[in-house]
Design a protein around this ligand. Sequence first.
Ligand code: PGA
Ligand code: ZN
Length: 425
Amino acid sequence: MTATIARISADEILDSRGNPTIEVTVELTDGTTARAAVPSGASTGENEAVELRDGDPHRYGGKGVRTAIASVTDAIAPALVGMAPFDQAAIDATMIEIDDTANKSRLGANAILGVSMAVARAAASQAGIPLWQWLGGCGARRLPMPMLNVINGGAHADSGLDVQEFMIVPVGAPSFREAMRFAAETYHALREVLKRHGYTVSLGDEGGFAPRLPNNEAALEHIVEAIEDAGHRPGRDVAIALDPAANWMWRDGAYRVSGSEPLDSGGLIAMYERWASNYPIVSIEDGLAEQDWAGFTALTKRLGGSIQIVGDDIYVTNPKFIRSGIMQKASNAVLIKLNQIGTVTETISAVELCREAGWSYIVSHRSGETEDSFIADFAVAMGGGQIKTGAPSRGERTAKYNRLLAIDRALGRAALFANPFSGRK
Ligand code: PGA
Ligand code: ZN
């Protein structure tokens, strides 16, 4: 007989920024135990599912998650005990029903997602197969092209840079393993380039450097220099992706970019166009603020033929917003974050929508992470061929890359790896 859920518990642990987060443990009747820990963003979208925090100023500055733990033990566990771990969709639907809010604010998306991910792990464990195989089926064998954040700005560092993430993308690598080598070599070369130019090489939240550069172009220049110093060809071997996270730039009715007059959408798009013609940029995420749907459509029209235009804060992994985006041609790709929507099932629905529209999708970490490597398995399972999970440094980032290296090794000759941008430029 199939084992069923016997017990669900939760604990308050720390994320990579030193803030509390929730770790859920699911135990099955046959003794199988599975755990999952939930990440947390800093530059969050307005419509993200709600992360329940205690608000008690005497504990962790109000960020404790004891109420979310109570959601797990008092509300969720009694409803799920006795269910089979293989019934992921039914389990997620049950939690959504108990929560009964549009944004998971009653139970907390952190509580719900922790259970949802731990259940998926318990099911894989029961089936005796790895998580990526359980979630992706026998066809799952594509390793994702990594996007590695090597210079941190915006809400993730005090570097003063407007653009939140300057990423490198090892597009010319023949395998995931080689992609990680290209990336790590470029990362180390960048450290030397920055030092040579007299900048500090302290790290931001996602493991990228956080130098106080004079402007965004300087970051792009130094990355190109680093790619060359590492012995790779800019654009051919290693390209650049940006996440301006433009919510951060939007203040008092205009986009504020240092070294420039206040800009409207058109002005900002023209700036991206200039950058794209001067540097090997393959992807721009959240180029406009989340309420600027018309700006997104204009950017996609202007640059979407040659560049991947990604929506993150604008869609918050929510099928409802992604559907609107598809109707309005607001981008040609979606950033996929499990904790923006709050269950594994709904995240898979978001991915399915992208596939139907012929859009790309990129599985993503959050700036506040744990050692949990769920998204590495999830990226292989979804087969979209792209992941962004920070620099090739800091344990909570390398946990994901190292898990992908292990999956690559397990797949052996069956592993697929391809440049997702080769058809575009
Ligand atoms: P966040 O940043 O996790 O702080 O929201 C990541 C992103 O904007 O992609
Ligand atoms: Zn983003």
